[in-house]
Write a protein that binds this ligand. Sequence first.
Ligand SMILES: Cc1cc2nc3c(=O)[nH]c(=O)nc-3n(C[C@H](O)[C@H](O)[C@H](O)COP(=O)(O)OP(=O)(O)OC[C@H]3O[C@@H](n4cnc5c(N)ncnc54)[C@H](O)[C@@H]3O)c2cc1C
Length: 414
Amino acid sequence: MNFDLSPAAADLRDRAERFFASRILPRHPEWRAWMHAHDAGDPPFLAELKAQAQAEGLWNLALPRLAADEPGTRCTNLEFAGVAEILGRLPWASEVFNCHAPDVPNMEILQAHATPDQKRRWLRPLLNGETHSAFAMTEPDVASSDASNIATSITRDGDHYVINGRKWFASSGSRPDCSFLLLVGVTNPDAARTRRHSVVIVPTNTPGITHLRDLPTFGHLDRVSPHPEFLFENVRIPVANLLGAEGAGFAIGQGRLGPARIHHCMRAIGACEVLVALMLQRVGRRQSFGKTLSEYSNIQEWIALSRLELETSRLMVQKAAWALDRYGNKGARKEISLIKIGVARAYSYIADRAVQIFGAAGATDDTPAAAAYTGSRLLRIYDGPDEVHHRTIFRFEAEDAAQANRDLSAYLRQ
Ligand SMILES: Cc1cc2nc3c(=O)[nH]c(=O)nc-3n(C[C@H](O)[C@H](O)[C@H](O)COP(=O)(O)OP(=O)(O)OC[C@H]3O[C@@H](n4cnc5c(N)ncnc54)[C@H](O)[C@@H]3O)c2cc1C
């Protein structure tokens, strides 16, 4: 394993750092003020920053399969890790470089499965940062961590498919500038459980789609990437909107998750670095019972443990990125499951300490601690809850042990 960056990739990361420090971070107060004052839409300066980033080649860095005629700079997962970490320091920074969820994993599956016509119509505007998309798989009425349960029906009727069902948590689907959903539903109900589903492209303005509500999480509406609930009643789309083959939906959905999961973990590391820096600043300044907080041994332990967890997380993410580059989605499944659990835990522990260290302020939105506290909790559920990843890891462990078939009898008293 070698996690060294090439000179070109190191230069890209340094340019991303400078762009973040000089042009994104200084706009954060303006971004917060704008978000407080508006219910929907983006602050006007976002488009200006996106244009600057694109002009400087800091664009579409999260797409290892970026084609020569597609806009942006192609990076491997390992090369992107350092940039994603920088962007993860603020909730809106990834979008400036067009490296945000859920558009990136959606672009990846369009790159892999769309026809040339579909690419022109749906992928190109995403690559240009002109529109947004959502992935509509999860349903309120079935246990969606087992994707083979998805029940929304997609029935062929002449040159059209007709969609009926209910979806929720199709993140970003209710953004005013979201133009289409990649929807997972059942086209082949009599096939094997993992061959029943297909992915179709559904323009958000198609008649029959009702936006029921945006779901608050822990009492808050996410303004960057809202979580809508949609009802689909006899929604008709042309058969040309089928992505890949009929019955391939389960496999396409699974393939999407490798990159989606690793990017969330990369960004979480950046968010944790901010928390550690803020905790250190706070404990060095605040006095309690005649001492500076940093003099208390529990505080020192919290900072040390945070660094330990952060360093472990970063190394595991780098290894997973390296494995993803080298062996692909399937080959890196165990590493991806390990980081999905491990980074979410580290993020939760660090956020919890940050809330405590900031006291009452930690529970408000005056610091990033409260958003990190709830965001890290959500990371343990989306893109597969912890328990599903435990199961994956156990399976790999058991398979490896069976293959190794070691004689362990000498370790045991006979
Ligand atoms: C912030 C956020 C964003 C999201 N974004 C999207 C999105 O863009 N698109 C989308 O389609 N979905 C999205 N989701 C939905 C998310 O992917 C699902 O919530 C997740 O897959 C779990 O499905 P479920 O909610 O139906 O829980 P269920 O499947 O009902 O599972 C509930 C619980 O049961 C337990 N459990 C499940 N399986 C096992 C098992 N094998 N072993 C032991 N215990 C188990 C776990 O504790 C699990 O948390 C998002 C969710 C959140 C919170």
